[in-house]
Design a protein around this ligand. Sequence first.
Ligand SMILES: NC(=O)c1ccc[n+]([C@@H]2O[C@H](COP(=O)([O-])OP(=O)(O)OC[C@H]3O[C@@H](n4cnc5c(N)ncnc54)[C@H](OP(=O)(O)O)[C@@H]3O)[C@@H](O)[C@H]2O)c1
Length: 237
Amino acid sequence: MGTVPQSDTRLCPAAGGPHKAGAECLLAEELTLQYPDIEVRWVAADLGTADGVKKTVQAAQELNGRDTAQRILIINNAGSLGDITKPFVDFTDPPEVDRYFTFNVSSALCLTSSLLKVFQGRAGLERLVVNVSSLAALQPFKSWTLYCTGKAARDMMFRVLAKEETDVRVLNYAPGPMNSAMQDQVQSHTADLEVRHHFIEMKKRGELLDCHVSARKMLDILEKDAFRSGEHVDFFD
Ligand SMILES: NC(=O)c1ccc[n+]([C@@H]2O[C@H](COP(=O)([O-])OP(=O)(O)OC[C@H]3O[C@@H](n4cnc5c(N)ncnc54)[C@H](OP(=O)(O)O)[C@@H]3O)[C@@H](O)[C@H]2O)c1
């Protein structure tokens, strides 16, 4: 979660995953170097737990100057694939399924709603919310029962937000197939061989996107403001 860097912007809390070495930490360091005026607060929190969500919200509450921020950008990027080694019919254990949705759906809802409350609408404050979505929100992939369901649920959740809070700009952004740890897991663990090989071949052909390229595209979309609030926009659109 952070504000888009501007000369007069000072707030930028970044919520990282539980492993303390994530991209968010690097982002926090990079932002501090590039924009020394920005106050960066990096929080390691397990968003699969209520405590992790609370800790992240608290960090936002503690930021100096939150009453003077001009633009708030909340990016819901954290996510996981869940168990992709088995088909639909093998998901018979409700607690396993609940754990997946607690992290991938519930935390995105409760974190976003809490942060919107911290940064209540006031004159001149622009609020933007991004849900990092996926093609899997729209299209079923064999072996990805949890992932596809979670991404579809998140898209709808943020469409409701867009309807309710008309002064909040909401973007469901599908970043395209990116070269990342998640992509490695797709290629090594997807049970369905057709799906698995599709992504292995994409990697061989050099078709996976660099995360920075996709992130840049997302920022361009936000800066141009050329989307309907709640719309699902794909990297390739
Ligand atoms: N890669 C793709 O091809 C692709 C395609 C479409 C959409 N996406 C979406 O893009 C987003 C980023 O994915 P990625 O490819 O960068 O995957 P990734 O390499 O697996 O990164 C996942 C991110 O989620 C964080 N995370 C994992 N478990 C967490 C937890 N319990 N609490 C808090 N944070 C947690 C990780 O933090 P740590 O670094 O601390 O582990 C990391 O920042 C996801 O929402 C994914 O669904 C990816």
